[in-house]
Each structure stands twice: as C-alpha cells, then as structure tokens.
Design a protein around this ligand. Sequence first.
Ligand code: SF4
Length: 474
Amino acid sequence: MIYNPQKYAIADERMKPFIDENEIHDILNNTQPTKEQVREVIAKSLNKNRLSMHETAMLVNTTDPELIEEIKQGAKTLKEKVYGKRIVLFAPLYVGNYCTNNCKYCGFRTTNRKQVRTTLSDEQLIREVEALEENGQKRLILVYGEHPKYNAQFIADSVRTVYKVKKGNGEIRRVNINAAPMDIDDYKTVLEAGIGTYQIFQETYHKETYHSVHLAGKKADFDYRLTGLDRAQEAGIDDVGIGALFGLYDWRFELLSLIRHVNHFEACYNVGPHTISFPRIKDASEYDIDDKYKVSDEDFTKLVAILRLAVPYTGLILTAREPENIRREIMSFGVSQIDGGTKIEMGAYSKKEETQNLDKEQFKINDNRSLGEIIDELLENDYIPSFCTACYRTGRTGQHFMEFSVPGFIKKYCTPNAMLTLAEYMEDYATPEVKEKGEMVIKKNLDEMDNDKIKENLLERLNKVKNGERDLYF
Ligand code: SF4
C-alpha cells in the first residue's frame, strides 16, 4: 500500500492540532526498506537534506546491525559537516516546583505530598546565578512548574533578574525557558524580557497515553499543549524547542511525531524548531509509570542517530538525565548541546549540594560531574566546549538562523566563537591542567583553519581575551 501524504494534509494547520495517529501508524506499518533504500536515505541526509517522515521510518524500521552502524556513522559524519567539533554548554536552573498538574512520571506532581515545595526569592535567585557564573556558566535554562505563582510576569521578572547578575567577568548571556504553554499575550510579556528559546515538551504525542499519564490540571489538555509553541510563534517567539519523554509510549511513534511537529512548523512558520530534546524517563519521587515502553540503550542511541540524520539543522539537546557512558557515546552522533555541572534542586548551586534528594527534585539525574570535569572530557575527546550566544545576540534566530546555517556558513562562525568563549573560560575558571588542554585544542583548530581572514581576526581577538577583554564574537 503506497503511503499518500495528501490523504492526511490539513489546510493551514496554524494553531490547530496536527498529529494524525493513523498517518504515523500507517507509515510505520507500511515501510519495510531495502538495504539500498536505507543507504539512499543516509546519502540524502549527508547532502544536508531534511528527511521526510517516510524516509525517517525507513531508518526507524531498520533492524540489520550492519545498517544500524551505517546510520550511526552517517550521523557522526553529518554532525562534523554541519556543527564542526563544538558542543554548546548550558545549565538548568529550577526556579519553582509548585505545580497544579498531576503527571504520573514527575516528582513535582500536585498529589505528591512528599515533595518539598520551593520558589526561589529574588535574593536566592541572584545567589544561584552568582554561583553558576563563578563556575563559568554563560547560558541557562530556567525551569518552572505550572502554577498561577509562575505567570508570565513572574517569569519575565526572573529572566530580567538573571541578566542583571554580574560576578567578576561572569554574566549570563542567554536565558532559555522551559515552562507551561501560554496564551499569545503572555508570550509577548516573556519575549520582552529578552529570552532565547522557549521549550515545551509534548511528553507523548499518543493521545490515549497522554490522557492516561496527565491526570489533572491544564496539562491534561493535549491540544492546548500541542499548539502551545504555535501561539509562541504568533507572539513573535521564533526560537522554540520541542521534545518527547521517551518511555511513555512506543519510541518509533514519538520519533515520527517529532518529525511531524518539525514539518508543521516549517509549513506554518517557514522555520523548524531551534532544538529537539529526547529525555528518557528517569526515577522520581512518587513515580508511577510501568516500564512497558522503556527505551533500551541500544534503541536510544539509534533514535538519536536517526534524529540527527532526519533534521540536519535542528539542535539536539542531551541532558544529565543520561549517565556518562551514554552521553559520551551519543555526543558523537550529532548532539549539539549538553548541560554540565547540573543541579536540579532549588537553591543547590549556591548550597553546593552534592547528593540528590528526589523529594526536592523533579527526577533523578545520572551525570553529576562538575562543569570543569565535563569540559576536561570534551577537550580530551577533541571537542570544542562552547558558551556561544552570538546568533541570538546578532539576531540570527528563527528563519534568519536557517538562512544562515543551511548553506553551512554557520560553521565559519560557530567554531571561532566557540574558541573565543573557551578562551574566556580558560582565563577565568579553568584549572591549569584544563587550560593546557584547551590551548592545545585551540591551536589544533587554528592550524586546521582554511580561511586566513577569519583566522587573522580570531587570533587578534584571542589575544584581546588573554589581555582581559571579554565577550568578543563574530
Ligand atoms: S511534569 Fe511539569 S506539569 Fe507535570 S507535574 Fe511535573 S512540573 Fe508539573
């Protein structure tokens, strides 16, 4: 049976629910690719072309170990082509865990009486940001439960407070948001505070499953959440992040749904999401999910490689939910952003909390290394740790970002900017050992540079950083 996309087309699906489960099951059940077809799809992606849902399903339904290895190798090659060796670093900062929703996989769920509820005061927020800046962080994502306390004005005010905190050479240059869906006017309030990406995870795109795990509160409304980032785009937020919580339903269905979501944005707003996140369910206080759809490490690494090939220009975010070994393996497949030195208890950065208490946190994290340890490992593996925020601050976001990144120009900017932010980190925060490794990585990448003009400019700016200047970028 030939898959016919027109059969499922929705006229002008802006702010309309767009997931058709029959379409996704149809594709998954009717796609049995040959070896040649799988190799053609990988080759298409390596030419930096987006993959259709049908082509993505070909990779998803591939079970031949040899071909799966080719998929992973293809993802590695594509990552090098589009992103070079840089890995962008950020830290999550939980602001408040009051929540009126009842999500069965979350420690913050409203029925969890064991959860210690906290909202950071301005003073506490400032202390947290100072502690993060003292570690060398430059990019944060602020996280909030869904509660009337955390309305648009509260979120906007907390973003402004974060940007005002300066500690030595420390400053936060980009603040992303992970919060509940809003109405258009509320998004405008948050946008005016100068946010970067607005992230909303659908958690699961399978409606029946969605309703079985979201038992109460506004989050129980599947369609309002699904169209949440449409309203953000309508409000002028063209930098959005999507995601699914893998382990709630069949990962193959969720993966194709994420691609369908990307198609939706491109069709309606002429730009895909800035980032895709693919968290796997982890232990949490009062956690109540059976592991019927638990995703194995083998399938997880495969799905990330497929995502990389399917959406070459969308940032992929891998968090400290995953343990070191999984992070190490997956990073080579095309992850572009990771968190480092992560603590998710409210107030834990300034209190230097070392142990996790799930009755004060949303879920269990499995990579508790400090930012310095993560940077050390990145340099050991020839990556360039980056705190770059240049695109965001020069207006290269949304459609403009795509115009810039698609032809591959971004590599000409990403790598030099990554090296400039690394040089800052080495001057202000690195141990002598890490600084030495950083200098070797910078020298190696300078030697590999084929554009003398940029190389000359970069060398000049690296010297300025050595002499105390900060925040230089292309
Ligand atoms: S997942 Fe989010 S909305 Fe659901 S209970 Fe947790 S904090 Fe609240």
